[in-house]
Ligand binder design. Sequence first.
Ligand code: FMN
Length: 418
Amino acid sequence: MKKRSPSPLKNKNLLLGVTGSVAAYKAVELARRLRDEEADVRVIMTSASLNFITPLSLHLASRQKQKPISSLWEEPLAHVNLASDADLFIVAPATANTLSRMALGIADDMLTACFMAFAGKTPPAPAIVAPAMNPAMYGNPAFRRNLEFLKTGLGVVEIPPEEGALACGTAGTGRMAAVEKIVDAARNALVEKDFQGLRVLVTAGPTREPIDPVRFISNRSSGRMGFALAKAAASRGADVVLVSGPGTISPPEGIGKFIRVETTAQMEKAVLEEIKHARLLIMAAAPADFTPEETFSKKIIKSSRYNLKLKETPDILLGVSRLENKNKKRPFTVGFSAETGPEVGRAREKLRKKGLDMIVFNDVTKPGAGFDCETNEVTIITRGKGRVDIPLMDKRDIAHAILDSVLAQKNLSQNLDF
Ligand SMILES: Cc1cc2nc3c(=O)[nH]c(=O)nc-3n(C[C@H](O)[C@H](O)[C@H](O)COP(=O)(O)O)c2cc1C
C-alpha cells in the first residue's frame, strides 16, 4: 500500500474563486483535489459563474459545511473575515474580467472585495490565478497590462493557460492549466522554504555511451527520482542546478539551471564545474558504468562479427570525494545505491568508500520501486548513524523525505553554513 507524506496544504484555509468561464466545471475537480490534500476549501463564485456550474457541485466537491458564497450581501463582513483567515487565494478558472478588476482594485462583488482585503493584508499571503479565455482576449493589451500588474505589483502567481482546442471553436493559448499543475503551485506556495537560497546540485537519469552513430549503452533509469528531488528542493526555496542525462520525460519547471548531458564523462565534467557553487549535491543519476573502448563514426553493419570491448567510465562520486583531499570545499553529498536485493551492505560500503554523507538505497526488484516508475521505496543511511526506512510512496514524497533527512543531519550546519 502506497503511503503519503503530509501535504503542505493540510489544515490550511484556502479560498477558491470560480469565475464565468467555460472552464468553470474544472473547478469541481480542483476543489476535490485540494480536499484530497486535506485543505479547508471555501468557494467564492461570481454571479457569471452560476451560468456555467451549480454551487451544489462545488459544495459537494469542497466537502465544507458552508455553501459556496457568491453575494457580498449574504454574510455580513464575510469578505473581510474570509480574507483575514485565508492562507492562500486561488482563482481558477480566472476570466479576463475578474483578473482585470482584481488588478484595478475594483471590489464590487464577493470575489473582488475579498481579494481586495486579502491582497492588502499584513503579513501578505500568496495568491494564484489560472486564466482561461479565448486567445485574443488573453493577448489583449489592456488585459496584459492588468495581468502584469497583478504579478509584479501584487505578487500574484500566474499558472499560464495551455495551448489547445478551445470551446469557442478556435485553437491557441487559452485553456486553463491542468488541475494537477494548479495543485502543485498551491503546494509550492505553502511549503516551508527551509532550503531558501541554498545552491543544490542534482543529477538525474541515465547516461548514454555511444557505440556508433545509432547504438549506445545505457540503463533503465528514467530520471523521475532526480527530477522529483530537483522539483522538491526548488519548491523549498533552493537554487537548483539539475544535470540530466537523456530521457523521455520533460524536466521539471522552476529549476534555476538545467544542463543536459549525454555521456558519463560529460556528466562528470558538468558536476565538477557546478559543484564549486553548490552546498548540497544529490547524485540521483544512474550513469552508465561502462563505455566502449572504441566508438565508430559509421554504423557497424549487421553482417559483420563484432566483439564489443568495454572500459569503465569515470566514477563521478569518487571524483567528488577526492575534492576534499585536495582541500577543496565539498558539499554535503548524497549518493544513490540501486541494488537487486534487500541487502544494504553494498550501499553502506559505497557510503564509506566514496566518502558520502548519506546514501539512499533502493531494491529495484521490489514492485513499485526503482527505475522507470512513479513510486519508490528506499532506505536512507547516514554516516555513523542508523537507517531510516521510507515506505512505498510517490517519488515526490520520497524526495521530500530525503530532503527532510538531509536537514536533520547535525553536520549539515558545518558543511552548508546554515
Ligand atoms: C459561453 C460563454 C463563455 C465564456 N467563457 C469565458 C472564458 O473562458 N474566459 C473569459 O475570460 N470570459 C468568458 N466569457 C465572458 C465572461 O463570462 C464575462 O466577461 C463575464 O462578465 C465574466 O464575469 P466574472 O468575471 O464576474 O465571472 C464567456 C461568456 C460566455 C457567454
